[in-house]
Design a protein around this ligand. Structure first.
Ligand code: CDT
Length: 315
């Protein structure tokens, strides 16, 4: 499929975070992120993916009404004084990164990630679009997931950035479950999608067995990477945060749909893999040659409908 003469190598790392408790300061978390960044750089990685909402505990598990209490979880500037060391380290080590955080933009609150280049400057920003969970407490539920209360729907779409190394896109947690997320980036020729997530293993408000949490996470990444001929680097915040368990399973997935490397722990852990970007081109030139095989004239319902409606077939 790929020969050494056509290979286009890019060394990616994923930096999984173990739990972040409410009492942990930004400074403490950034020190952990710096250790992970240095570990990735020492292995030769050029880009590192950090998790969603990496700077704080996963606060949407709580129903809060006090605005000062809520806003304590949000960043008003990026970089700010506590996060600047990450940008300095990126420049010194020549390692780019993806970082997820809660963003306060005026009065608007977003679940955001940024792409920071190997020179330590922000290349781009994306805001989570498929916001999961509820806007108000669900009575009787053992666990709450109130992202709809705290975050507006992202307004920046799913852009892809052309960096000197690769075409890179971003995706946050629940957005990875939706094929539209990846197809929009696939149509921009994306090579690498970076994804951060916090997936509670016990959020169930319906009778779905818990083992399916990991299955659906990997299923989403593997199918998206294959169907869009891209690499995916996906980073969890894992372990037991404030009594709430979250899955690990951070992974680097190839355009073949195969998981090439995966975390072992539910704690701070780096995984890395030397990815061959020419595999993307190989799939794009064959089975997923979009220009040759896609039939958008038959995809109208995707834009016309949000929820499922009546069947189109007529007798
Ligand atoms: N953070 C996040 O998006 N978590 C979701 C769980 C949603 S269940 C209400 C996820 O897709 O993993």
């Amino acid at each position: 499929m790929v020969t050494s003469s056509t290979a286009r190598k890019l060394h990616l790392a994923v930096a999984q975070l173990g739990p972040v408790q409410r009492a942990d300061s930004r400074k403490q978390v950034v020190l952990r992120l710096l250790e992970l960044l240095k570990d990735a750089a020492s292995r030769g990685a050029a880009w590192v993916t950090f998790p969603e909402l990496a700077l704080t505990t996963f606060f949407p598990r709580w129903d809060m009404d006090d605005s000062a209490e809520i806003r304590a979880f949000f960043e008003t500037e990026m970089p700010g004084p506590e996060t600047r060391p990450l940008f300095d380290a990126a420049r010194e080590l020549s390692v780019g990164f993806y970082l997820g955080y809660a963003e306060l933009d005026g009065d608007r609150q977003f679940n955001t990630s940024i792409l920071v280049g190997r020179d330590g400057t922000i290349l781009g920003k994306y805001r989570k679009i498929h916001i999961p969970g509820d806007a108000a407490t669900v009575s009787g539920a053992a666990l709450q997931h109130l992202e709809k209360k705290y975050f507006a729907v992202g307004d920046l779409g799913f852009p892809v950035w052309e960096t000197p190394d690769a075409k890179i896109g971003m995706c946050i947690c629940n957005d990875r479950r939706w094929p539209e997320t990846f197809r929009v980036m696939g149509l921009q020729g994306v090579d690498v999608v970076m994804n951060g997530y916090n997936t509670p293993s016990g959020y169930v408000q319906w009778n779905e067995p818990i083992h399916l949490r990991m299955h659906h996470h990997l299923l989403s990444l593997q199918s998206a990477a294959y169907q869009n001929a891209c690499w995916i680097a996906s980073a969890a915040k894992a372990g037991v945060e404030e009594g709430s368990p979250m899955i690990g399973g951070s992974a680097i997935v190839a355009p073949t749909g195969e998981v090439m490397v995966r975390t072992f722990s539910e704690d701070d852990e780096v995984i890395n893999f030397v990815c061959d970007l020419s595999v993307c081109e190989y799939y794009r030139a064959n089975i997923f040659n979009f220009a040759a095989h896609r039939r958008p004239e038959h995809y109208g319902l995707i834009l016309e409908r949000t929820g499922a409606g009546a069947p189109l077939a007529r007798p």
